[in-house]
Design a protein around this ligand. Structure first.
Ligand code: FES
Length: 327
């Protein structure tokens, strides 16, 4: 099949690389043209991007930084990402060349323009600006912003704000959209800016620390908050797991000794077991497998599974008892 359709893979969509360019020294923009079978996204959603690197499929999750209107018109979507020196995929993105084929997932995620009468406050940290660019792209084209006030607080390190020309164009086209570009060094923490927007619906996308500050403040004034954050959430502590314990992990007839401190995925990798995975943070579902028996704990929420057969994600599961899985 790949002879006819390069990069065809069962269960994935294909996309053609159109351009790859640096927006600044740390931020890269990748424009893709998905196959016509790809279902258009809602602005604010993300995709899993899979690229073959040294013979191995590597997947990471990226928010689409362009609106659904743009996709319908140009047949293209744009990803804007920070290049992490130690990252599994982003340092290699600049090696993608025009017309190269990559794989993408269907659009995912619930972080979209909220159905509310309230004004909106968008709070972005670093590359967390991307879903807001997509939302504004669509909302301004659809004249949704004319119906309500929308303000954006955009935090980034000094000289690392990106897509400023687009923000400026949005605000010129629509006077009810306003924005501030802020740095923590000069303008203080996000908390210092929130009290002015107590009547708004808040949307936050950025580092976990920023999300926590916003969420804590929102609770004190009962402001509604929608959020998106991709960094793996800190492991929830659970008193019964403070002591390290060992268990057996049976998979496909083999048995491994594992502990309750690291994820099943990490321990299978350390034992050099063949295991499929992608984002490593519970989003792409590539590491999903059937748990035949045993109890696992979700590292994001601390929630325990039941002991019956069910689907689990290896990258966000830790053993609480002996476990058997089918890879
Ligand atoms: S690797 Fe993506 S959900 Fe586990």
């Amino acid at each position: 099949m790949q002879q006819i359709k390069p990069a065809w893979r069962d269960g994935y969509f294909r996309a053609r690389v159109v351009t790859v360019k640096n927006l600044n020294t740390h931020i890269l923009e990748v424009v893709l043209e998905p196959d016509s079978s790809w279902p258009t996204h809602a602005a604010g959603q993300h995709i899993a991007l899979t690229i073959e690197l040294n013979g191995r499929l590597t997947t990471r999750v990226f928010t689409i930084a362009s609106g659904a209107n743009t996709h319908q018109r140009d047949k293209q979507i744009r990803l804007v990402t920070k290049v992490k020196a130690q990252g599994a995929l982003t340092p290699y993105l600049h090696t993608c060349v025009p017309n190269q084929w990559v794989n993408i997932s269907a659009p995912m995620g619930e972080f979209v323009w909220p159905q509310t009468e309230k004004p909106l406050l968008m709070i972005a940290g670093g590359s967390g600006i991307t879903p807001f660019i997509a939302m504004l792209d669509d909302a301004i084209n659809n004249a949704q912003v004319n119906q309500k006030a929308v303000h954006l607080l955009y935090f980034a390190k000094p000289n690392e704000h990106v897509l400023l020309e687009e923000l400026s164009t949005f605000s010129k086209r629509c006077e009810s959209f306003t924005y501030d570009t802020l740095t923590k060094q000069r303008d203080g923490d996000v908390e210092a800016h929130l009290s002015y927007f107590a009547d708004a619906h808040w949307l936050v996308c950025g580092p976990h620390a920023m999300f926590e500050q916003v969420e804590t403040y929102a609770k004190t004034i009962s402001a509604p908050v929608s959020s998106e954050h991709f960094a793996a959430l800190p492991v929830v502590s659970h008193t019964s797991l403070t002591e390290s314990e060992t268990f057996s992990l049976v998979h496909n007839g083999q048995s491994l000794t594992i502990d309750n401190q690291q994820t099943l995925l990490l321990q299978l990798q350390q034992a050099e077991q063949p295991v499929t995975y992608g984002c490593g943070m519970g989003i792409c579902h590539q590491c999903q497998c059937v748990k035949k028996r045993g109890v696992v704990r979700d590292t994001r929420t601390g929630e325990l599974s039941d002991s019956a057969e069910q689907l689990i994600q290896l990258c966000v599961s830790q053993a609480v008892t002996d476990v058997e899985i089918q890879l």
